[in-house]
Design a protein around this ligand. Structure first.
Ligand SMILES: [Zn+2]
Length: 340
């Protein structure tokens, strides 16, 4: 099969790789319907995460089940399925508490490289969720978004305790931040302030439900949020970048007694203990347990309630995966969808 492999920063190639096979009786192999490039793939592409050997890339996937292992009971060949970047049994205590990305049996699905024609998914019964039927092609981008960026933005909103009628700030205007705006709207927030300085992203944020845009960053950004919230700060803040500046901007934009959900993958972040202590802000974040939300998200997409697939503003064939990375790296694209 063909699949994307990173060799060094800035060097992603489409190569011939071995087809995945069933290795454990709980595995499934799926034939990809579409895949995509994640903002977090750029950490490798930019050399911020070291690339020490050629590594298959991609961890977002939707597709048709091709084959299942002998212990798989609920997932069957021919089904259209979606799963998260971590496989989970969905039965252990941690999974049942809704934190499937910390499942005691978790495995990183992306290790197989989802930017490819086929993918092995471990713990298929716990990991994969089938749609009611094989979807129409127009619905595939939205279902693919549910595999990571929508589920991650949604977790950010839930972790930030978004409540009906309240004010929410979203720090970060990548695909996750934009879909956190959509999640906040779906969860009933009245005022949603998107922090973004890029016009095309502001436009999409507004389409997804943002009521206000703040272009300032850092302390100036925090001052703008205070201006907009009677000097108090927001009821909920979602952080979707992962840098020192963005997480401090999030904590300082939150009012005492509120919650901040942080879903940007942390890179070299140091939290000042004393400031955190006096902030009265509670923090919850980490790798989003997308699996918890998948049945609900699929239902909202299936019924046409939400259209998160709009975050894909560049569609390329898998063969052009290198250009897909370049376009996102240069911020010419928010998110690249790869067709097969
Ligand atoms: Zn588990």
């Amino acid at each position: 099969m063909r699949g994307a492999v990173i060799h060094a920063p800035g060097d992603v190639r489409l190569e011939t790789r071995e087809n995945p096979t069933i290795q454990a009786p709980t595995d499934a192999v799926i034939r990809m319907s579409a895949t995509c490039v994640c903002g977090s793939d750029l950490w490798d592409y930019r050399g911020i995460n070291p690339v020490t050997s050629p590594t298959p890339m991609g961890h977002e996937y939707v597709g048709i089940v091709e084959e299942v292992g002998s212990h798989v009971t609920t997932i069957t060949p021919g089904q259209f399925v979606i799963g998260s970047f971590f496989a989970s049994d969905n039965t252990c205590e941690i999974c049942r508490a809704g934190f499937q990305t910390s499942c005691v049996h978790r495995e990183f699905v992306g290790a197989g490289g989802a930017q490819a024609e086929y993918l092995r998914v471990p713990l298929a019964d716990g990991t994969l969720v089938a749609t009611p039927d094989v979807p129409d092609a127009t619905m595939i981008p939205s279902l693919l978004a549910a595999s990571d960026v929508l589920g991650t933005g949604w977790f950010g909103a839930v972790a930030a305790d978004v409540q009906p009628g309240k004010t929410v700030v979203v720090v970060g205007d990548g695909a996750v931040g934009l879909l956190a705006v959509l999640a906040a709207r779906e969860l009933g927030a009245e005022r949603i302030i998107a922090m973004s300085r890029h016009e095309s992203r502001q436009k999409l944020a507004t389409e997804f439900g943002a009521t206000d845009i703040v272009t300032e960053r850092g302390n100036e950004g925090v001052a703008r949020i205070k201006d907009l919230t009677d000097g108090l700060g927001a009821h909920s803040v979602i952080e979707a970048v992962g840098t020192q500046e963005s997480i401090m901007q999030a904590i300082r934009s939150a009012r005492p007694g509120s919650a901040a959900g942080y879903v940007g993958v942390s890179h070299d972040v140091q939290l000042p203990g004393e400031e955190l202590f006096y902030s009265h802000v509670r923090l919850l974040g980490g790798p989003a347990p997308v699996r918890r939300f998948l049945p609900d998200l699929i239902d909202r997409i299936w019924t046409g309630t939400i259209n998160p697939g709009k975050v894909f503003d560049l569609t390329l064939p898998l063969a052009d995966v290198a250009e897909g990375y370049r376009a996102m790296d240069e911020r010419r694209a928010i998110k690249t969808l790869l067709t097969l």
